[in-house]
Write a protein that binds this ligand. Sequence first.
Ligand code: URA
Ligand code: CA
Length: 439
Amino acid sequence: MRAVDLIEKKVNGEELTSQEIAFLVRHFSDGSIPDYQMSALQMAIRFQGMTDRETSDLTMEMMHSGDVVDLSDVKGVKVDKHSTGGVGDTTTLVIAPLVAACGGTVAKMSGRGLGHTGGTIDKLESIPGTQVEIPIERFKEIVNEIGVSVIGQSSNLVPADKKMYALRDVTATVRSIPLIASSIMSKKLAAGTDAIVLDVKVGTGAFMTTVEEAKELSTLMVNIGNMLNRKVVALITDMNQPLGMAVGNALEVREAVELLSGKIPEGDPLYEVCMTLASYMLILSNLAKTKEDARKMLAKALYSGEGLTKLQQMISAQGGDASYLCLDRIDELCQTKIIKPVYSLKEGFITAIEAQKIGTAAQMLGAGRATKADKIDPAVGLVMQKRVGDYVKLDEPLCIMYINDASKAKAAEEEFLSAFTLSDDKPAPAPMIYEIIGG
Ligand code: URA
Ligand code: CA
């Protein structure tokens, strides 16, 4: 078998066999297929697509390119949640402890932020002392003891994806539905949980820009999971503005603490998306029969403070100082040299907020990385003061920026302001959740 013939086959729109896909992934992983051939193949896949069978074969091969985590000695239905890259998306920090407070078993491996999207691991590290690189045995102990742990992906989890994604990132081959599905699902399957709730973002700042595309990706991921006996539900949620108000690491931890303290009302987008994702996690865990039952259990865990207590327990177990995780002290993690409101240049109704640009503005302040080597400033970022549909006057701030390096502020402000579209007419409200696949 020669890689060049298989690339030619895909260029011609033909279907690759299971053996051919195995050959490509294995030899790319061991270095005998060079980057340029894998790049060409991925570009051919971006143009020609893959059948569901090819995509599931690719997923399995990628999954087995490294460690596959065995969670069989953790009791209960192990449930995970994954979001396809959002801005102001603090859901994991809310949902993981809430589900655990309802009796669920949340064993989660998360990623770091890159570019304009935040990563849960970076947010956890903004809490002093918190360890995210924990040996699997200790991770399992924590999950058995308190029902929840969130750690970084082990370095040998799906190494094929790391190599393939690095090429995709620089060859315009990220936005391919089969490549995204296999990238996400290979990691979720290798992480060893029984059930997975996916949050597929759709909007200007997301990989998927239309609901149709998001549906195709979601259906594919649900089917791949089901083939391997995993229960999978995908929610298609809106990313035509940041989900929560806070964008930045400690600022997002603060918003999670506020939500878990009952300070964010029902109807708020972050609240609603968290409650819906968490509801499906309880249903897949066989802890609730209906969405209504699940929601009641979650509301009880939230308003009794049990969810916040779980978050504190998890952070303590991972070596962090949980005493910051309360309304009285959380501001201490969000102290910056400068706190500056950013005002609109025009008056009008906000009709759109490009989430990607908001994420980039926060990144420019130091909340995210442009390259893997960049260091994050945990305290910086911004807190939105307005949402799509609001009217804004010239003397009303659109956000409050938390700044440590004043030299970065001007460019970040310009990027931030360029995210907004204003109009004289109030826009029709957009849904927060478009569709649920596999529920
Ligand atoms: N997230 C991933 O992990 N992989 C992709 O290809 C896209 C989003
Ligand atoms: Ca297609």
